[in-house]
Design a protein around this ligand. Structure first.
Ligand SMILES: [Zn+2]
Length: 390
């Protein structure tokens, strides 16, 4: 059994910390989220929505029911039980269909801020979401960016993840300042409490931070990783079906939208490259280093895919300060060969291959050479497996 106790707010220097004691089989652990003090007035103490969404995956994985010792949004309570928990357990048969035990439902709209926000990681999807909403007005206009330390900087948190988070936050703040917007940064020990792989859980982790700010955000755009038609229930990565997950986390106070889902990743990259303010800030890397001269490692799969897309569109030189372009040129042929010959291509791989074809990209002799090596390696492995299984 998991018990979530009523939230409490404490002051810590220039921050306000909202926390709840989480009891897991009688053992207590404090789950906390730290916000800039000026946003304390928008923190929700009436409901346990944020803590429930934050801890949900732990319940699904362990099979422990969750008891709430304070009210919960009536809408969220309804959607979790009827749609989200059934979908997540259908996607991943290792998850248990747990029960949420609520003592009181809250039907009230708590929102007073009437503004919109979105996360800013300075990656392609978050920039595309921002530029896609430039012309929105009223409660749909993006007034604030958010930036969270809930797992995207390293799966299981800790001090290294916190350092990477603080380093990236500097860059995010500079971009926001230039746009005349403010960043609401949120640190949390959610990763340390959850101890679950980030890819499986990232949308719920981030949205748990936003649910603390329901009084501020009427609308919140959660940048989707994929276009509408790539929708798939994937046990390893919830972003494949975020279109559904994100909507199911809306409450009476805040609406969540899976944004930029109308664009392919190639279209988003081209949209972002139209904005010079991204040339010094683009950060797509899954392998960041605190020592490097460049924001991006330039050789992880996300760095390579983004560089190749920009290269085909003849825009890569614009990003010479954030990518080690000389390194990219050294490994580009090998990367293209792998992309073309790999057995299981993701929708994003197929997009880049289509983009290569569209631009009639000339394959060098090296690409054919690496392609043959890659093909032979694959068949050697497959032959070995067949012999092993005889
Ligand atoms: Zn990288």
């Amino acid at each position: 059994m998991i018990v979530i106790n009523p939230p409490e707010i404490t002051a810590q220097d220039e921050f306000s910390v909202i926390s709840s004691i989480i009891e897991i089989d009688g053992k207590e652990e404090r789950l906390w989220y730290k916000f800039p003090r000026k946003f304390q007035q928008f923190l929700v103490t009436e409901n346990l929505d944020a803590f429930l969404v934050g801890i949900l995956f732990f319940g699904l994985k362990s099979g422990k029911n969750i008891t709430l010792k304070a009210p919960v949004s009536a809408r969220l309570f309804y959607t979790l039980r009827h749609y989200l928990i059934p979908a997540l357990t259908l996607a991943n048969p290792e998850f248990y269909k747990i029960k949420i035990i609520a003592q009181k439902l809250n039907y009230e709209d708590l929102n007073t801020g009437k503004v919109a926000g979105t996360g800013l990681s300075c990656g392609i999807d978050s920039f595309a979401t921002y530029y896609d909403h430039l012309k929105e007005t009223g409660p749909y206009e993006i007034n604030y960016f958010t930036f969270f330390n809930v797992g995207s900087h390293l799966d299981f948190g800790g001090e290294k993840a916190r350092k990477i988070y603080q380093n990236r936050l500097k860059s995010v703040n500079e971009f926001a300042l230039n746009e005349g917007k403010e960043v609401i940064s949120v640190d949390s020990n959610l990763s340390e409490v959850l101890k679950i792989n980030f890819q499986q859980t990232h949308s719920l982790r981030s949205i748990s931070c936003v649910l603390h700010l329901q009084k501020l955000f009427k609308n919140y755009y959660y940048a989707s990783a994929y276009r509408f038609d790539y929708f798939k229930l994937n046990p390893k990565d919830t972003s494949d079906f975020d279109l559904f997950n994100v909507q199911m986390l809306s409450t009476e106070s805040t609406n969540f939208f899976a944004s930029a889902a109308q664009y392919s990743r190639v279209e988003r990259t081209l949209m972002v490259a139209e904005h010079p303010e991204t040339y010094q800030k683009l950060d797509v890397c899954t392998n960041p280093s605190l020592q490097s001269d460049f924001i991006n490692c330039s050789y992880c799969y996300k760095c390579l895919r983004s560089q190749l897309t920009l290269d085909i569109a003849t825009k890569l030189d614009l990003y010479k300060d954030v990518f080690d372009i000389s390194l990219y040129y050294k490994i580009k042929d090998q990367y293209i060969a792998q992309l073309l010959t790999k057995n299981k291509k993701s929708p994003l791989d197929i997009e880049v291959i289509e983009f290569l074809k569209l631009h009639k990209y000339k394959l060098s002799v090296n690409i054919y050479y690496y392609g043959v090596i890659s093909w032979l390696n694959f068949h050697k492995k497959s032959l070995k497996n067949q012999l092993k299984n005889r």
